[in-house]
Design a protein around this ligand. Structure first.
Ligand code: NAD
Length: 355
């Protein structure tokens, strides 16, 4: 079974970390029924330099025909001066829109070997293993807005939050399906005490979850959820929320792990999924061979799980990463006295050794 993967290395550390992830994918799929066919394409700053635009039509076309897309990161100071419509980040928004990627999945897990890196006390973060499911295609980021109007002599601006039941249904259904393979608990986050769109969200979530008799659904207001993520993050299994709340909560949940280089993400829709680490292009360390490739390698594991239907390969990669960490191998971002410092390439090699 041939699976076509588009690799978009992007900018900064992107090429270094995607190289490691591709190496791991090849080794992990060896001997399975999956035959991986990789094709490299440009987006972000690298595409601006070559073609004058962040998301060339050719890249988009090839992505549309692929099974999945593996992305490093885009952006950097070299493109800070370009016009807003041409900024490297437009490549990611363009891909999300063009591919109909309506769900962003961010697993937040504190690896036992990295508990001491977390900014919260060990007893608070030990055992954290949650999945944040963010609606990605609707809500206030896509609603109509006015940049500036003069009303009664003062300047106003406004944005609109709009959701329909179809949009809420598909994201809550996905969250419930994911929870069914985990601890069967979904927390739906809204602001239903104030917002009409949140009341529709809550009603719809109740209806959808009836399809899943084994799933336990709870609701939290977003302000309470923000507190609970810091106070008692182990209570969460799957969190599902809208675009705006998810944007904020997913960064909050990520930062409690204390290791930004470790965190993967998936954006999925009805077509090919997009897999990328949550961090940026880290221009400050680009080209030095010291970037942590594990967030990208774990994103590749998600790709096997959600786009290639190969759960066992996903688990194999995740277990290899866990073993390498348990053995004390660390890239510079996570290095502490007593552990073994490795380069980007050596970290990839260590994971490879465990596959
Ligand atoms: P960043 O995530 O690139 O870097 C923040 C800090 O974390 C830096 O000190 C960096 O060295 C470190 N870091 C990040 N990833 C690391 C890794 N894998 N290994 C070791 N250290 C790592 O965030 P930033 O500096 O705010 O942004 C840099 C550029 O990336 C900007 O142009 C920004 O727009 C872009 N960006 C892109 C994406 C994306 O492609 N999805 C996401 C966020 C930021």
């Amino acid at each position: 079974m041939i699976k076509k993967i588009v690799v978009i290395p992007g900018d900064g550390i992107g090429p270094e970390i995607t190289e490691q992830a591709v190496k791991i994918c090849r080794a992990a799929a060896e001997g399975s029924e999956i035959d991986l066919a990789f094709e490299t394409k440009y987006a972000g700053g690298a595409a601006i330099d070559r073609y004058g635009e962040p998301l060339p039509e050719d890249t988009l076309e090839v992505c549309r025909g692929a099974d999945a897309i593996l992305l490093g990161a885009v952006g950097g100071p070299a493109w800070d001066h370009v016009a807003p419509a041409l900024r490297p980040e437009k490549a990611i928004l363009g891909l999300r829109k063009a591919l109909g990627l309506y769900a962003n999945l961010r697993p937040v897990r504190v690896f036992p070997a990295l508990v001491s890196h977390a900014p919260l006390k060990a007893e608070v973060v030990t055992g954290v293993d949650m999945m944040l499911v963010r609606e990605l295609n609707g809500g206030i980021y896509y609603g109509s807005r006015s940049e500036s109007e003069i009303v009664n002599g003062v300047e106003e601006a406004w944005d609109t939050e709009l959701y329909n039941t179809a949009e809420v249904t598909r994201i809550v259904r996905l969250a419930a399906q994911i929870a069914a393979k985990r601890q069967s608990s979904v927390v739906s986050v809204d602001k239903a005490n104030v917002l009409a769109s949140s009341r529709l969200w809550r009603r719809t979530a109740e209806t959808v979850v009836r399809e899943f008799p084994n799933i336990k659904l709870n609701h939290l207001y977003v302000d309470n959820c923000a507190m609970q993520i810091v106070l008692a993050p182990t209570q969460f299994d799957v969190i599902v929320t809208n675009n705006l709340f998810g944007d904020i909560l997913s960064d909050e949940a990520a930062v409690i792990t204390g290791s930004i280089g470790m965190l993967p993400s998936a954006s999925i829709g009805d077509g090919p999924g997009l897999y990328e680490p949550i961090h940026g292009s880290a221009p400050d360390i680009a080209g030095q061979g010291i970037a942590n490739p594990l967030g990208t390698i774990l994103s590749a594991a998600m790709m096997f799980r959600y786009s290639l239907g190969a759960e066992e390969i996903a688990v194999k990669i995740e277990q290899a990463v866990e073993k390498v960490l348990a053995e004390g191998y660390r890239t510079a971002d996570l290095f502490k006295q007593g552990s073994s410092k490795v380069t980007t390439d050596e970290m990839g090699q260590q994971v490879l050794n465990h596959l």
